[in-house]
Design a binder for this molecule. Structure first.
Ligand SMILES: [Zn+2]
Length: 292
């Protein structure tokens, strides 16, 4: 208080003018700040939502950041508004009549922020960094080597060993797949099924396969190779073991019966979700499916 008293004494009977001047300055400052907050742009609110393109060229020099940072190659999060019903992606992804254009344009409608999907399949970027072999499949001229993301491959090796101890033989049928390979596969499926819509019930269009991520594996039963990539795989010991134990390894069925994506039940197709990278890659699909 002392300095204030000193000041007042020094001002003498001029203190009312001083007080008026001070009040005016404060009001000018307040008006200025208010106007600034009204007219200045608010970048956070105006930033456009950018969804990554599923067909962006693969970058072979992609560093290991993807493994450590939850920095996704696909849309990492789904706005919560999008998953509140009505959101079933299948209902918008599958044209009601043949010949309709197949691409679902979430963005085109202007109100649906879901990432673009095709026939219920979500976009995935090709990710071939950190791939390691998980063994060979087939024999003779048809034999091929299959690959998975390093961490997924380690998980599969552990599962294979544990299942083996329980008398169950897990076989890696198909792991990583490039967009180019998927294109050929999808073309063959169209020829077999008659239309892209029918083909998409069984195979993902190129750019929309979980196999692009290196985090998904089609698994067979070594004791019943005749059930490989067939619905009958559901009746094998391998399937039974995967159903009972997969979750312990962070491994889950991507397309269970009546899945929300509207993709046909695929008992052989399992995704590996344990690493932070994998969790980010599959976050949209898992959120859609209501998975914890
Ligand atoms: Zn598959």
């Amino acid at each position: 208080m002392k300095p204030l008293m000193k000041l007042l004494r020094a001002l003498g009977d001029r203190w009312p003018f001083f007080a008026l001047a001070l009040t005016t300055m404060l009001m000018v400052l307040w008006v200025g700040l208010t106007l600034q907050s009204v007219f200045s742009p608010q970048p956070a609110a105006q930033a456009p939502v950018v969804l990554p393109s599923p067909l962006a060229p693969p970058s072979p020099l992609l560093p290991n950041w993807a493994k450590t940072a939850p920095s996704p190659l696909v849309a990492p999060t789904l706005p919560s508004a999008a998953i509140v019903p009505p959101s079933p992606i299948a209902s918008v992804a599958q044209p009601s009549s043949a010949g309709q254009t197949p691409t679902t344009q979430g963005a085109a409608s202007g109100s649906n922020p879901l990432p673009q999907s095709r026939y219920g399949h979500l976009p995935y970027q090709e990710h071939d960094a950190n791939l390691v072999s998980v063994g060979t499949y087939g024999s003779g001229a048809n034999q091929r080597t299959e690959y998975l993301d390093k961490e997924a491959a380690a998980t599969f090796a552990q599962m294979k060993a544990d299942a083996g101890n329980a008398g169950v033989s897990l076989v890696a049928i198909s792991g990583f797949r490039s967009v180019a390979d998927q294109e050929k596969l999808f073309e063959r499926q169209i020829q077999r099924q008659g239309s892209a819509a029918a083909a998409a019930r069984l195979s993902a269009p190129p750019g929309y396969s979980e196999h692009h991520t290196g985090l998904t594996l089609d698994i067979g039963d070594g004791a019943q190779p005749d059930t490989d990539v067939k619905f009958e795989f559901e009746n094998t010991k391998a399937y039974e073991w995967l159903q009972a134990n997969g979750r312990r390894y962070g491994v889950e069925l991507s397309f269970p019966p009546n899945n929300i994506q509207g993709v046909s039940f695929e008992p052989w197709h399992w995704r590996f979700t344990r690493s932070p990278y994998a969790a980010a890659v599959f976050s949209v699909a898992r959120t859609l499916a209501g998975m914890p």
